[in-house]
Design a protein around this ligand. Structure first.
Ligand code: 6R9
Length: 652
C-alpha cells in the first residue's frame, strides 16, 4: 500500500497487513532511549518517573514533590521547585561549552550571525539589564512582535531571566491582532522592530505596531525597537520608544542575576485560536514546561549537544518556542535560525542550509514537506544531506506518501521519521514514536509517550475499539501542560476538561482512532467533520484519498450548501489539471470511500490558503464554497490566493 487510501476510513483496522518500520540499527545504538522498558517503567512509577525530566534541568531549589493534583484540573508540577529558564538555557552551559555555537542565524538577505553560548549569555544579560532600566519587573508581561531574527530569542530569554513572562505575537499578524493580544495579556511593554524583508521588499513593521498601539486600550509604558533594516526605513522614535541597539550597548558587560522562579510561575503566554472567535491565552509554567520540553528534545528528537539541529518553525508559534528556543538551548546544542522562506532565492534553500551547516536533526511540518514534494526531488538531490540522522514532523497529519518521500529524499532512505503530535496547550510532544525503540508506521503518529495517558475515547470517555473513530483525550496530567488560560479558571475548565467517573479528562479537540498496537491516527479537529448528504465524513479521510491520486499534491474538502462536497486541489508543477484528472479524483473518492462522498465540485488552485503555522483554512474555503462573506484574511500566510480561489469558484 503506497498511499493513504485505506488509512482514512478504516484507520488502523488491520494492523497485520501494514508496514511497521523498525528503528534503524545504526540509530538505535546511540539513541537517547534504547530500552523498550521505558514505557512500563513510566507506567509503574507515574508521576514520579517524570522526575527524569526535572533532572535534565538545574534547579535553584530541587523539587521534592513531582505533582500536586489536590485541586483538579489545576495541576501543579514540581510545585516546590525553583529555577530560572534562561539560566537553564545559558549559564549552566558556560562551563563546558562557552565557545560552542548556540545559534547560527541566516537572514533573508544572505546575512549571517553566529552566537556562541558566551555571546548569547552576554547579549541576554545586557538586554535583561536594559529591560529592567525601562521598569520591567518580575511578573510583568512583555509582548514581543519580532520576525525570525536573533533578537527574538534574546528578548525571550532576557524576559525569562528577570522573571517577566513573554507574550510573543507572530510577526505576520495584523495590528488588530497585536492590539488584542497586548490588551488580553495585560501587557505594558512591547518589543518590536523597524521592519523586515519580505522577499525583496522592506516591510514596515513599526507602523503596524504603531497602529496596534492606537487600537489597544492599554497604555504601554515602553516600547523597544530593534533596527533590523538599517537605513532602509526611517522610523523616528517617540519619547517612550527605545532603540534596542543603544539599550543593549549601554548595558554591555553587565550581569543580571537570574531570578529564581517558582516552577509554577508563568514563563510565557501564547495566544492560539480556539474553536470559536477570540483567541485564548495559553499560560505555561516555568518548571513543568521546561522539563517536558527538555525531555522530549533529548529523547524524542534525540538531540545532543554535539548536533546541529534545525527546527524550521517560526518562533511566533508554539513549535518555535518549545523546539526552536527552549528545547535546543536547554539541551546545549547548536541550533539554526532561518529568517527567509524555503523557496527564496531558490527552491533548494533548505537543502543548501542543511548541507552547509551539516544539520543532523531537522524538524518541520507536513505542509512544508508537501511543498518540497511539489517542487521536486531534484532539489534535495542536488545537495549532500548525509549529515541528517533524524527527521521530525509536526502540525498536522502526514500522509504515508509524504512520510516516505521525506524519508527517501531527505533522510537518505534510512533516517527515522518521527511524527510528533502535540498542541500549544500540551506545551511539548505528547504522542510520537521513540526513535530508538518504537517501530514507525507511516501516516500514524504512534503511541503516547511514556508517562502520557492519552486515549481515544467515545463521548462518555470510554476507550473505543481498535479501528473505531473517537476523540483523543489525555486522562492524567503531564508536565508540559498549560497551567491555565489568561481568560480565567472558568474558561480553562470549560474549554478543556471533563470530569468523568475515573477523574478529570483533558479534551484535545482532535478526532482519532487507534490500532491494535496502540498507534494513534489523528483524523483532524473534531470540528473538521463534514456532513455529506447526511453521511458523516472527516475531511482528512477524504483528503488522504485525493492526495494519493498521482499528480495531486494537496487537497482540502469542505461541505457546501447542498450537502455536497467541494474539493480544493493543488497539483504538481508538471501536471495539467485537466478534466481527466478531475474524473480520476472523483472516481477515487467514490471508489475508496463511498459513492455518496464523490466530490460535487473540484476546484484546482495553485495554493491552499493557510495560517502562519501552516494549517489549511477550511472554514474560509467553506465560506467561499457557500458563496458567503468571509472575514479578514490578512493574517494568512498567503492571503493573495484567496481572491484567486474565489474567482475560480465563481466562474465555475
Ligand atoms: C504543535 C502544534 C495543534 C493541533 C492539534 C492537531 C494538529 C499537531 C499533529 C497534528 C496530526 C500531528 N496536529 N501535530 N495532527 N498529526 N503530528 O501544531 O500546535 O498550533 O496548537 O496545533 O495541530 O489538530 O490539535 P497547535
Amino acid at each position: 500500500m503506497d498511499d493513504a487510501g485505506a488509512d482514512g476510513r478504516h484507520a488502523g483496522g488491520a494492523s497485520g497487513d501494514e508496514e511497521a518500520i523498525d528503528p534503524p540499527e545504526a540509530f538505535r545504538e546511540s539513541a537517547a532511549v534504547a530500552d523498550p522498558d521505558v514505557y512500563d517503567s513510566f507506567a509503574a512509577d507515574w508521576p514520579d518517573a517524570w522526575r527524569a525530566a526535572a533532572d535534565l534541568l538545574e534547579w535553584d531549589r530541587y523539587p521534592e514533590t513531582v505533582l500536586d493534583d489536590d485541586d483538579p484540573p489545576f495541576y501543579e508540577w514540581f510545585p516546590d521547585g525553583r529555577l530560572n529558564a534562561a539560566a537553564n538555557c545559558l549559564d549552566r552551559h558556560l562551563a563546558d561549552r562557552r565557545n560552542q555555537l548556540a545559534i547560527r542565524w541566516f537572514g533573508k538577505r544572505g546575512e549571517r550571525r553566529s552566537y556562541t553560548y558566551a555571546d548569547l549569555h552576554r547579549e541576554v544579560n545586557a538586554a535583561a539589564a536594559g529591560l529592567r532600566e525601562l521598569g520591567v519587573g518580575e511578573g510583568d508581561v512583555v509582548t514581543i512582535y519580532l520576525p525570525m531574527i536573533p533578537e527574538l530569542p534574546v528578548a525571550m530569554l532576557a524576559c525569562a531571566r528577570i522573571g517577566a513572562p513573554h507574550n510573543v505575537v507572530f510577526a505576520g499578524l495584523s495590528a488588530e491582532a497585536l492590539a488584542t493580544r497586548i490588551d488580553a495579556a495585560d501587557s505594558a511593554y512591547l518589543i518590536t522592530c523597524d521592519g523586515y524583508y519580505r522577499r525583496e521588499d522592506a516591510f514596515n513593521q513599526k507602523s503596524r505596531a504603531d497602529n496596534a498601539r492606537i487600537r489597544a486600550d492599554a497604555d504601554l509604558e515602553a516600547t523597544v525597537v530593534v533596527d533590523r533594516l538599517g537605513d532602509a526605513l526611517e522610523t523616528p522614535l517617540a519619547a517612550d520608544e527605545h532603540d534596542y541597539g543603544s539599550l543593549v550597548d549601554a548595558h554591555e558587560g553587565e550581569t543580571v542575576e537570574p531570578v529564581a522562579r517558582d516552577a509554577t510561575d508563568l514563563l510565557f503566554v501564547m495566544y492560539t485560536s480556539g474553536t470559536t472567535g477570540r483567541p485564548k491565552g495559553v499560560e505555561h509554567a516555568t518548571g513543568g514546561y521546561l522539563a517536558h520540553v527538555a525531555w522530549t528534545t533529548r529523547n524524542v528528537l534525540d538531540v545532543r549537544p554535539d548536533d546541529t539541529y534545525w527546527c524550521a518553525a517560526d518562533i511566533g508559534w508554539i513549535t518555535g518556542h518549545s523546539y526552536g528556543v527552549y528545547g535546543p538551548l536547554a539541551t546545549g546544542t547548536t541550533t539554526v535560525l532561518y529568517e527567509g522562506s524555503p523557496d527564496y532565492p531558490d527552491r533548494d534553500r533548505v537543502w543548501d542550509l542543511i548541507e552547509r551547516n551539516a544539520v543532523s536533526v531537522f524538524y518541520t511540518s507536513p505542509t512544508a514537506i508537501r511543498s518540497f514534494m511539489k517542487w521536486g526531488a531534484e532539489y534535495p538531490a542536488a545537495h549532500d544531506l548525509s549529515s541528517i540522522r533524524l527527521l521530525g514532523t509536526v502540525g498536522e497529519s502526514i500522509t504515508p506518501k509524504a512520510w516516505r518521500w521525506y524519508r527517501e529524499h531527505v533522510g537518505g532512505g534510512d533516517a527515522p521519521v518521527v511524527d510528533t503530535w502535540w498542541q500549544t496547550e500540551t506545551g511539548a510532544i505528547a504522542l510520537a514514536t521513540l526513535p530508538g525503540v518504537t517501530p514507525m508506521k507511516p501516516g500514524k503518529v504512534g503511541p503516547p509517550l511514556p508517562g502520557i495517558d492519552a486515549r481515544v475515547v467515545d463521548r462518555d470517555g470510554d476507550p473505543v475499539e481498535p479501528g473505531e473513530t473517537g476523540y483523543l483525550a489525555i486522562a492524567s496530567p503531564w508536565p508540559g501542560m498549560l497551567r491555565g488560560l489568561r481568560e480565567g479558571e472558568e474558561r480553562y475548565r470549560r474549554e478543556y476538561w471533563v470530569e468523568g467517573e475515573d477523574g478529570w479528562r483533558y479534551r484535545t479537540g482532535d478526532g482519532a482512532s487507534v490500532d491494535e498496537d496502540g498507534y494513534v491516527t489523528i483524523l483532524g479537529r473534531v470540528d473538521d467533520v463534514i456532513n455529506v448528504r447526511a453521511h458523516r465524513f472527516n475531511t482528512a479521510e477524504l483528503e488522504s484519498v485525493i492526495v494519493a491520486v498521482d499528480g495531486v499534491t494537496e487537497a482540502a474538502v469542505v461541505g457546501d450548501d447542498d450537502g455536497g462536497v467541494v474539493a480544493y486541489v493543488t497539483t504538481r508543477g508538471d501536471v495539467d489539471p485537466d478534466p481527466d484528472l478531475r474524473e480520476a479524483i472523483a472516481a477515487e473518492v467514490a471508489g475508496v470511500v463511498a459513492e455518496v462522498a464523490r466530490p460535487d465540485r473540484i476546484v484546482f488552485t495553485p495554493e491552499l490558503p493557510k495560517t502562519r503555522s501552516g494549517k489549511i483554512m477550511r472554514r474560509l474555503l467553506e465560506d467561499i464554497a457557500r458563496g458567503e462573506e468571509f472575514g479578514d484574511v490578512s493574517a494568512l500566510r498567503n492571503p493573495e490566493v484567496v481572491g484567486e480561489i474565489e474567482s475560480t469558484v465563481r466562474r465555475e
